[in-house]
Ligand binder design. Structure first.
Ligand SMILES: *Cc1c(COP(=O)(O)O)cnc(C)c1O
Length: 383
């Protein structure tokens, strides 16, 4: 058997044909395929507006920017909270917008932001915060209904970073909702980097039900320029309203997004089959893995286990042609964040998790015999 990576994209002939069709068409960017992808994605998750981006980092940058501009300048609070166990972009987007970021520690079982600790932080400075960016880590959706009730109490906006969780969802008092439905979050963010569920090469999406935020997202995505809507203004008309960016997704990428989206449900199903096998194995061996609250459907971008001799296991599996990865170094332990004044010890649960965590292979085309190979190699290591 050849090398088994920790994750990989699934590109088939239909994906290739869709991209080829765009290459032969009139529009490589700003064309109809982008609009089709946005509409199909919005339909899939169940939200009103989906706005595509060149990547999820750009989408996060613009999401924060669009939300800030809805708040009266004199009333804007300086601080935004996120979780330390995420990719750096979930926190960087706060800094891009000249706000301050803080980290609330994770729950040691779900690895998601601990909402009890979030409440304590807010109680200590009820007037200090503007928003919160929870992350559906590894594909497990945050308890968005509870988070919304906390956020409302302190007038916070919510940007749900669901980069790991397309196809995931959660039971709420109003019924089951898919990640991205955005009935509780103001905006939900997705990534289409090949290591995530949908591979567009690069790509991202903002989902929202708020027409003003949809408008803001589109404005900042494209230079802050608005064009003629045909009503009263000449057809060539365009004017720059604010300082924006060029964060658009090309039609080439959107074509991939459309064909990839058709496979998403099957992909999440297969990921959950694999995780069931891993979970049974972990139960038998007494290995700790991500807890899964009953009301959530985990989209399983990752499968993370915790072991004592993590670095040794990493090397051992590498020698057996099995790829693993560490998700993540707590964001505030990166040198850049240390220079901002964050300290080791700030989030003890995240730091303990980080010493022990390892992501084992998880992707829809992973075969049963490969899953067995991963299990027996880990079993051999643990003795
Ligand atoms: C991948 C990822 C991002 C950034 O996505 P890009 O599309 O690569 O910019 C942001 N947040 C999380 C949680 C991610 O996993």
């Amino acid at each position: 058997m050849s090398f088994i990576p920790y994750g990989r994209q699934d590109i088939d002939e239909k994906d290739i044909e869709a991209v080829t069709n765009v290459l032969k068409s009139d529009y490589l960017t700003c064309g109809p395929t982008v609009n089709d992808f946005e509409m199909e994605f919005a339909n899939y998750v169940g939200c009103k507006h989906a706005v595509s981006f060149s990547n999820a980092t750009a989408a996060l940058h613009v999401a924060v920017k669009a939300l800030i501009t809805t708040i009266d300048e004199s009333k804007r609070k300086k601080k935004v909270i996120t979780t330390p166990i995420t990719f750096a972009a979930s926190a960087n987007c706060v800094l891009y917008n000249d706000l301050e970021v803080e980290f609330v520690d994770i729950d040691p079982d779900t690895y998601l932001m601990d909402l009890d600790l979030l409440e304590k932080r807010l109680e200590a400075d009820p007037e200090g915060y503007q928003g919160v960016i929870p992350v559906d880590f590894a594909g497990l959706p945050i308890d968005i209904e509870r988070l919304k009730s906390i956020a409302d109490k302190y007038s916070l906006w919510i940007i749900e970073d669901a980069c790991h969780a397309p196809g995931g969802g959660i039971e709420t008092s109003k019924g089951y909702e898919k990640c991205g439905a955005s009935n509780y979050a103001d905006m939900t963010i997705f990534s289409f980097h090949p290591v995530k569920h949908l591979a567009c090469g690069e790509g991202g999406m903002i989902c929202t039900n708020n027409p003003d935020l949809d408008k803001g997202a589109r404005l900042y995505r494209s230079h802050g320029i608005v064009k003629s809507d045909g009503a009263g203004k000449p057809l060539w008309f365009q004017e720059m309203k604010d300082l924006g960016f060029n964060y658009r997704m090309p039609d080439i990428n959107a074509a991939l997004g459309r064909t990839q989206l058709k496979k998403l449900d099957n992909s999440v199903k297969r990921r959950n089959e694999i995780s069931k096998v891993y979970e049974n194995f972990c139960e038998a061996k007494g290995i700790k893995y991500q807890a899964n609250p009953k009301k959530a459907l985990n989209a399983h971008h990752l499968f993370v286990i915790e072991v004592e001799k993590r670095d040794e296991l990493f090397t051992f599996l590498r020698e057996k042609q099995i790829g693993t990865q560490i998700h993540y170094v707590p964001v505030y332990l990166h040198p850049y964040y240390q220079e901002l004044g964050f300290k080791k010890g700030d989030c003890p649960h995240a730091e303990r998790y980080f010493e022990r965590c390892i992501s084992i292979p998880m992707y829809p085309t992973l075969k049963d015999e490969e899953v067995e190979k991963v299990k027996s190699a880990i079993g051999e290591f643990l003795g």
